[in-house]
Design a protein around this ligand. Structure first.
Ligand SMILES: Cc1cc2nc3c(=O)[nH]c(=O)nc-3n(C[C@H](O)[C@H](O)[C@H](O)COP(=O)(O)OP(=O)(O)OC[C@H]3O[C@@H](n4cnc5c(N)ncnc54)[C@H](O)[C@@H]3O)c2cc1C
Length: 511
């Protein structure tokens, strides 16, 4: 299909080629100029070479521009000022992390007509310096205790297995997220073994390929593990492992843009809304809000552009409660729906990188001991990643992303060495910190519409497991918006109203 923009380019490009004199370039054609004695043959040869070079350059330029204009590229006639906020959109997604871009992809995948739904993803930092997605360790597991979490990860694993079908883009490199299908191994002492078994039964009932291992079986399969104090383990046989989070984020982003999603570099700083008073069944008056503009501040500027829109999805990760506050969520009296805040906080988590040349090799799964200390291989050169989530009392200050190295020596290393004796001689190489998008209410996702802001949706609060759930969550929220209900997987348990009702949805396997 030839679009207006493309045709106008071609009409500009073709005369440039056509304006060169063809008879002049071809020595075998008789030309009036050939018999002019004043023009030497060497000058003619040079002119011909110059012409051929010019022609080649024009063709290269032409091929590139045609490629950029074809479906599958990021080009769209609507995007006149790439990156800047448009004046109007149907759906504005706040936050361009893996959840935001997965949602954008699914919205476009589900819509029937290209450009039928105009989706804009607003991201304030295209370097993603502090985004949880790129600072995560990339793990995916089926070993949860809540059926919803198990199903979310199973569906996401299915998506990742077929990622080429979903996220390949015409004329671009195939997607490769460098998946390591190495499984997760949860180790339990005597006190935790009953819970581990209970979780295992739930996982099996949901269809997850998980098995239980006795200490003897662990020893046979992983002889480098010290099983002293280990009573039981559960091991994921498929759909578990880790991948590169940046590659998944980028694959979603590239595909969504190729489908017509508009990426916008800017920060959401406020909303414009209208309010309507309503009376409840018990005679109480409540205000219903409807957002009609999202204010997007441009990079390095105090100015903002209001983007008129029909619907907003708050997918700002660890900062999503700040975005919710901009529209007054939680401003009302305590104990009311108006006073119910979005309970998502940035919680700092450290990831330590260590080296141990005689540590476990290719067969090494992601291991979590009974205290929650975890580690996994990073490549095959004797490098590993590991860490531990602090207790509520130990929670570090989250105002910066500084690393506490003492924490490794005091809390992490002793457990690593207990689990794998070879780790007694490990060397700490480096470390980083990132934010969990931590739901302080019940450490699970908050997905769905806000009951009082009628066109605002959330997908946030994943508390350390959002990356692996992103493919299925994006699909679920797209269904909720475009079909009016969850279709593939019922995520009603994760709605906002539970925060007001005080009904916690608890997951036992939070790391
Ligand atoms: C150390 C660590 C290890 C982890 N390991 C795993 C793991 O193994 N497996 C797993 O599944 N999960 C893991 N997670 C959790 C996972 O990374 C997150 O749950 C997931 O990435 C959340 O994605 P997101 O898109 O919601 O958030 P983010 O990736 O943080 O994206 C949110 C984006 O919103 C932008 N934003 C915020 N406010 C605004 C605004 N006002 N305007 C515009 N943009 C805004 C931010 O700049 C950011 O880029 C880990 C997290 C950490 C920190």
């Amino acid at each position: 299909m030839w679009s207006a923009g493309m045709l106008s380019w071609i009409s500009r490009a073709v005369p440039t080629v056509g304006s060169l004199s063809f008879p002049h370039c071809c020595p075998c054609l008789p030309s009036r100029r050939l018999d002019r004695a004043s023009v030497s043959s060497s000058v003619r040869a040079r002119k011909r070479d110059d012409f051929i070079q010019d022609l080649e350059k024009e063709f290269v330029k032409f091929r590139r521009q045609v490629k950029e204009t074809l479906p599958g590229s990021g080009w769209s006639p609507l995007h006149q000022t790439p990156g800047l906020p448009p004046e109007r959109a149907d759906i504005v997604i706040v936050g361009g992390g893996v959840i935001g871009w997965s949602t954008a992809y699914w919205l476009k995948k589900k819509e029937a007509i290209r450009e039928g739904v105009r989706v804009v993803v607003v991201e304030r930092d295209p370097t993603y310096a502090k985004a949880s997605t790129v600072l995560s360790i990339g793990g995916i597991r089926q070993q949860f205790s809540l059926p919803e979490n198990i199903q979310l990860s199973m569906q996401s694993a299915h998506f990742l297995r077929n990622i080429q079908e979903h996220l390949n883009v015409l004329n671009e490199e195939p997607v490769d997220i460098q998946f390591n299908p190495s499984g997760y191994l949860f180790l339990a002492g005597k006190e935790q073994s009953e819970i581990l078994e209970e979780n295992y039964r739930i996982q099996r009932a949901e269809g997850a390929a998980v098995t239980l291992l006795t200490p003897q079986q662990i020893q046979r399969k992983f002889p480098w593990i010290n099983t002293d104090g280990v009573a039981l383990a559960s091991y994921g046989l498929e759909n578990e492992g880790w991948f590169d989070p940046w590659l998944l984020l980028n694959a979603f982003r590239r595909k969504a843009i190729s489908m017509g999603v508009y990426p916008c570099h800017g920060e959401v700083v406020g909303f414009q809304h209208s309010t309507r008073e309503m009376e409840t069944d018990d005679g109480r008056s409540v205000s219903l809000k409807r957002i009609h503009h999202v204010n997007v501040r441009m990079p390095n500027s105090m100015e903002y552009q209001p983007v008129e829109c029909a619907l907003i999805i708050n997918e700002a990760g660890a900062w999503s409660s700040k975005v919710a506050e901009m529209i007054g969520i939680g401003d009302g009296p305590e104990g009311t729906l108006e006073g119910t805040k979005l309970p998502v906080e940035p919680r700092k988590r450290y990831v330590y990188v260590f080296h141990c040349p005689n540590g476990p090799g290719l067969e090494c799964p992601l291991i979590i001991d009974h205290k929650g200390v975890y580690f996994r291989r990073e490549g095959l050169g004797g490098n590993y990643l590991g860490g531990l989530s602090p207790t509520e009392e130990e929670e570090p200050d989250s105002s910066d992303l500084e690393v506490d190295y003492e924490y490794f020596h005091e809390a992490v290393w002793p457990s690593l060495a207990q689990c794998v004796p070879a780790f007694e001689s490990l060397r700490l190489k480096s470390a980083w910190a990132g934010y969990y998008d931590y739901n302080i209410f019940d450490q699970n996702a908050i997905i769905g519409a806000h009951p009082l802001v009628t066109n605002l949706y959330f997908a946030t609060g994943f508390s350390g497991h959002g990356l692996q759930q992103s493919p299925a969550v994006g699909r679920a929220i797209a269904e909720l918006i475009l079909d009016g209900k969850f279709k593939t997987l019922d995520l009603g348990a994760f709605d906002f109203i539970r925060l007001f009702r005080g009904t916690k949805v608890l997951e036992r396997n939070i790391l």
